[in-house]
Design a protein around this ligand. Structure first.
Ligand SMILES: Nc1ncnc2c1ncn2[C@@H]1O[C@H](COP(=O)(O)OP(=O)(O)OP(=O)(O)O)[C@@H](O)[C@H]1O
Ligand SMILES: [Mg+2]
Length: 397
């Protein structure tokens, strides 16, 4: 995957003369120490991250941790004090006026929490707004605006006034305006935070749906960890201007690494976060006979296993003693065909739900897209992953 946006050692101190503050930060002093000594507010303290093309990259952190400052530095609404911001390998920090204008009009779009629409202009004119600046003709602008209004589900609302729309619809207009420019990087700063929960969920689903076809590179800022988990391919967590943790949603829940990060993860519904494939134990072949394959736990521990056909599809479960018997030269056992199996992508909450109904207490087979057995799950593993991860977070204090 190529890196679309790369941030290297970025600092922002809110002053015209950041040198002393930068020296202090580079010497390991904190944001509050700089503020106490020099009176300067630190926005960003040595932030580095890379956003792959097509990623939904989440920036999280408490209020004042520097999320908006980071977003605003990227298109230089805030002037960075030091560091690099590479957009397709070009450093935005060194661009002249014309270069910067091009980036803001054509390369990076922003959507904010309270998206200000021009109240006296129709919805469609609001969407067209940025396009005029790009020198697009009136007819072309209208066509493009109609297209993107359709994309965000507001095709019939173009000729209404903004006050006739609900908050969620207005936020969609903001999204349409950002999409209209065709920029491949989208920065969304708390774009859904002001919406009520139902509309918010709807907008999240909408964004996921859009992203499947648009494949933009999206930097999404939120203070809501559930939102970050739902939307994010990667999550970066900020505190006091620093990036303190970065990784996949699952890795952050399993290994928060600090109490600050763990606190975000406590409320997470782990049953929905993890799927069978991420928790299963892999299996290894114990015996390949003419009538099938016996598979057991990769650990080699004696225990029940599966019997497969030649295509590695499950015929049924076999007991530990049946496996032992077959390994000792006995005939292939007759498998118990009352078993449960799930595709690897099944969420644990759904595995647990059908386990009660469908299983006779044996292991659950985990299969790939073609129906081949790739691993096994025990009830205990499911419970441990759904319940115990919070305790793991607490251990990192
Ligand atoms: N224009 C400014 N002048 C001085 N300090 C600023 C300015 N903008 C932001 N700051 C400071 O920078 C730090 C980071 O602020 P920022 O707005 O980036 O936080 P945030 O993570 O977006 O918070 P929130 O979740 O509340 O939006 C804060 O300490 C803030 O006081
Ligand atoms: Mg902010």
């Amino acid at each position: 995957m190529t890196e679309r946006l790369k941030i290297e050692h970025l600092y922002k101190v809110f002053t015209d003369k950041p040198e002393k503050a930068l020296a202090m930060l580079k010497a390991g002093k904190s944001k509050s120490e700089v503020q106490e000594t020099l009176g300067h507010v630190v926005g960003l303290d040595d932030v580095s991250l890379s956003v792959p093309s097509g990623a939904m990259y989440m920036i999280m952190g408490l209020s004042g941790s520097g999320k908006s400052t980071l977003a605003r530095c990227i298109n230089r609404l805030n002037e960075p004090s030091a560091g690099k911001i590479l957009l397709d390998d070009q450093d935005i920090c060194t661009l002249d006026e014309a270069g910067l204008r091009d980036v803001r009009r054509n390369r990076i779009s922003m959507v904010f929490q309270h998206f200000a629409l021009l109240p006296n202009r129709r919805v469609i004119e609001n969407v067209e707004f940025g396009l005029k600046l790009r020198g697009m003709s009136a007819a072309e602008r209208r066509k493009r605006a109609e297209e993107v209004l359709n994309v965000v589900g507001l095709a019939r609302w173009g000729y209404h006034m903004p006050h006739e729309l609900s908050g969620g619809m207005r936020q969609r207009v903001g999204l349409a305006r950002a999409l209209a420019t065709d920029a491949d990087v989208l920065i969304m700063d708390e774009a859904f935070s002001a919406l009520d929960p139902l509309i918010r969920t709807e907008m999240q689903d909408e964004l996921l749906r859009l992203q499947r076809t648009l494949n933009k590179t999206i930097l999404f800022i939120t203070h809501d960890f559930q939102e970050a988990l739902k939307l994010g391919t990667r999550i970066a967590i900020m505190s006091e201007g620093k990036l303190v943790r970065e990784g996949t949603p699952q890795s952050i829940v399993l290994e928060p690494g600090s109490e600050y990060v763990a606190a975000f993860t406590r409320e997470v519904d782990r049953g929905r976060l993890f799927d069978a494939g991420s928790v299963m134990t892999s299996l290894s072949a114990i015996l390949r006979g003419p009538n099938g394959i016996l598979m057991g736990d990769a650990s080699g521990q004696p225990g029940p296993g599966f019997m497969l056909d030649a295509d590695e599809r499950i015929l049924g479960t076999v007991t530990a003693s049946e496996i032992e018997h077959a390994r000792g030269g006995g005939a292939m056992p007759r498998p118990d065909t009352h078993f449960m199996c799930v595709p690897a992508a099944t969420k644990l909450v759904d595995v647990a739900g059908s386990y009660q109904k469908d299983n006779n207490g044996g292991p659950i087979g985990v299969i790939d897209d073609t129906g081949r057995l790739i691993g096994r799950l025990e009830a205990g593993q499911i419970l441990a992953r759904i319940g115990a991860a919070g305790a793991m977070g607490a251990r990192h204090v």
